[in-house]
Design a protein around this ligand. Structure first.
Ligand code: TUI
Length: 310
């Protein structure tokens, strides 16, 4: 079996999360230059924005990088064409089943790595030709599934033959080792990348992550069928309060409209949705990207040797 660094063409077996509105050419190139595998996160943006970001990233790095397609986006089908036209080598997908695009992507030689929240979807995407999967636990930030990383990863590993990349709750050497102990061949991270000098979010977003504790995240949108993990703030509290009192879908959607952009671009602490994972409490300072990625992998062997196993 090909290992993940060969599949991706990166130094480390680390893939960057999709991170809508955050994973621009700037973040993607910084991840690649630091030895990880970066992505342009299409999020809810239109296809031409994605094309521009791909081209902007190519001007910043000669390393390979991919595109993450959020399948709930109304632009998903058009972006699925852009990645073929722009000869993007790797596509990751989130928030749905990429089945209908697989044939075109495989024909174009694109490596496809869907995010899966369950064994059933992992098996389905393996059958339709996926090259690997990202098993993402509910600890993650943003749109999430039900299962924890600890429960999901080994069950997916046992159910399929293609490599599994673990995601959700990983922010240091211990998380990396745990992922590999569960049978993963690589990791995907998001939250730990928010607290990097290169990450193009408002300073308030970085401060929210650095100041977070273990219990600082909540899940909004459980009732609407699109659960999203965010850092607690007045916006999240109001959302939860409204949904507890039987607010309609429309009222809830009105509240969240544009809230991710308000967090990322304006740093609006009251009305922004600051998506982040449960591991935010472990992230204590803003550091250069190279330092963050090196800190995830450089001490792995030493930590493994010190592990007391039973
Ligand atoms: O997609 C993510 N994380 C995201 S997407 C996003 S943008 C957004 N904003 C507001 C509401 C909704 C989305 C922010 N964060 N992670 C990957 C992920 N995929 N998590 C869960 C899933 C998933 C869920 C169900 C993947 C497939 C799936 O399949 C259902 C099916 O069709 O079988």
């Amino acid at each position: 079996m090909k290992n993940i660094t060969e599949l991706l063409g990166s130094k480390y077996p680390l893939i960057q999360g999709g991170m809508a509105n955050i994973a621009t050419a700037q973040l993607c190139a910084a991840v690649c230059e630091a030895g990880g595998f970066g992505l342009i996160g299409a999020g809810g943006n239109d296809p031409e924005w994605v094309r521009e970001q791909i081209r902007a990233c190519r001007a910043k790095t000669d390393k390979p990088f991919g595109v993450n397609i959020m399948l709930m986006s109304p632009h998903a089908a058009a972006i699925a064409k852009v990645v073929v036209e722009e000869h993007v080598p790797v596509v990751t997908t989130g928030a749905g089943n990429p089945g209908i695009y697989m044939e075109a992507w495989k024909q174009a030689g694109i490596k496809v790595i869907p995010v899966v929240p369950s064994v059933a979807l992992a098996q389905r995407v393996e059958r339709s030709g996926a090259d690997a999967v990202i098993a993402e636990g509910t600890e993650s930030g943003g749109h999430i599934g039900e299962l924890t990383t600890m429960a999901l990863v080994p069950q997916v590993v046992d159910a399929i033959k293609i490599p599994v990349i673990a995601a959700g709750g990983i922010a240091d050497v211990r998380g990396v080792l745990a992922a590999f102990a569960l049978g993963a061949k690589g990791i995907q991270v998001g939250t730990v990348l928010l607290a990097t000098e290169e990450c193009p979010v408002h300073e308030n977003y970085k401060k929210m992550v650095v100041d977070a504790r273990d219990t600082s995240t909540v899940v909004t949108g459980r009732q609407t069928g699109a659960p999203v993990r965010v850092l607690k703030n007045p916006m999240a509290n109001e959302y939860l309060e409204l949904s507890k009192h039987g607010a309609t879908l429309e009222e809830l959607e009105k509240l969240t409209l544009g809230s991710l952009r308000r967090a990322v671009f304006d740093g609006n602490l009251e009305t922004g949705s600051f998506m982040a994972g449960q591991i935010a409490g472990l992230v204590k300072q803003v550091r250069p990207m190279k330092e963050v990625l090196a800190s995830l992998f450089d001490g792995v062997q030493a930590y493994k040797d010190r592990l007391e196993v039973l």
